[in-house]
Design a protein around this ligand. Structure first.
Ligand code: 1HN
Length: 347
């Protein structure tokens, strides 16, 4: 794209005149609109879990989950402060539910994922079915599904919330309502969805049209077992190690329509090839330690830390111990719109 044309007194006078009519000249802004490569305010950033955890416990003493509705500290990308965004298109936050607390039932058009960081024995109820949550579990709250959380365990429970809030905001399509009580009625036994849809079986006459997977808890134990088997083959991907995406068993699509979710294993000592893609990605190491280079920035990470790789920034990972990383991005949306692009170097 060409740079903006020179400004002359005649042109300036013209711009002022049309400015009053809510018009502006494309030729002055075109090169900012149509950039040769993605140009984002989103920055690489890492939050250490220890720091998040300490602040969350402080928040735990300041406000109840009930009063807050959701006791969450938003992870705001430093390049996007004040916008409640972890990347340009997605939201991230860490939620704390203390023993005995409930986060009351509500629903909204934003879809949410939970990735459990610490604690065991808290539950979430989604559209009438309850599931217990454990570290490493990936749990879905689909758009407009009633959901409430509770913690009957003796320990605080922490998880990462990923939502498509900025996407819904972009489309001006937000709807939300409260149920008016803490907990929704439970209508199905625990484990019903998993038995029905998550066992490599489907109900024989299933006609399923919802956008989100009918499985809403993808237990870590299952994903971990798969990675453990696959790592032995050593046909590791040069950019990703052993990387899998969570799927909707009905159609093989992503588990959620607006957010792609992934789990990958980096073998001990593995050093990945440089990779870049248009989907800015939020990573959460679950096990192991390592470092990631994002452009000129290097992050050292361990379990439960959270870091962001912005769109089109080259990233490479090194695992000093065998590591497992969960991640999420807007890749399904970009793929559906024909916008997704990746660059594997020559790997
Ligand atoms: C929400 O419903 C939850 O249900 C968490 O746990 C975070 C952030 C913004 C809007 C709704 C939850 C949220 C949220």
């Amino acid at each position: 794209m060409e740079q903006a044309p020179q400004r002359t007194p005649e042109r300036e006078a013209f711009y002022r005149k049309i400015d009053g009519e809510s018009m502006t000249a494309l030729w002055n802004v075109m090169s900012d609109l149509i950039t040769p490569q993605p140009k984002s305010a989103c920055r690489p950033h890492l939050w250490h879990f220890d720091a998040i955890r300490a602040y969350m416990l402080e928040a735990g003493a300041l406000i109840t989950a009930k009063e807050a509705e959701r006791r969450v500290l938003i992870l705001e990308n430093p390049g996007l402060r004040g916008q409640s965004k972890i990347t340009t298109s997605l939201y991230g936050g860490v939620q704390l539910v203390m023993p005995g607390e409930v986060a009351p039932a509500h629903r909204h058009s934003q879809s949410a994922l939970r990735f459990i960081l610490e604690g065991k024995g808290a539950h979430t109820t989604v559209d009438g079915e309850r599931t217990m949550m454990e570290p490493g579990d990936f749990v879905i709250t689909p758009a407009m599904a009633w959901h409430d959380h509770g913690n009957a365990s003796p320990d605080p429970m922490f998880w990462l919330d990923g939502l498509d809030i900025p996407l819904v905001q972009f489309f001006d399509a937000s709807f939300a309502e409260g149920l008016g009580k803490d907990e929704q009625p439970v209508g199905r036994p625990e484990g019903d969805s998993f038995a029905r849809y998550g066992s490599n079986l489907l109900p024989v006459d299933l006609k399923y049209t919802a956008k989100s997977s009918p499985v809403f808890n993808y237990p870590y134990a299952h994903a971990r077992e798969a990675l453990e088997k696959l790592k032995a083959h050593s046909d590791w991907d040069a950019c990703h190690g052993v990387k899998m995406r969570y799927t909707n068993p009905v159609n093989g699509d992503y588990a959620m329509s607006t957010m792609g979710t992934f789990i990958q294993l980096l073998p001990k000592g593995f050093s990945s090839s440089r990779y870049r893609a248009t989907d800015a990605t939020v990573f959460v190491p679950v096990e192991g330690r390592g470092r990631s280079r994002i452009g000129d920035t290097v992050f050292e990470w361990g379990p439960k830390d959270i870091f962001v790789v912005p769109s089109w920034h080259p990233v490479s990972h090194e695992a000093s111990e065998e590591a497992v990383l969960f991640s999420y991005s807007d890749r399904p949306v970009q793929e559906k719109l024909g916008l997704f692009r990746e660059d594997r170097g020559n790997a």
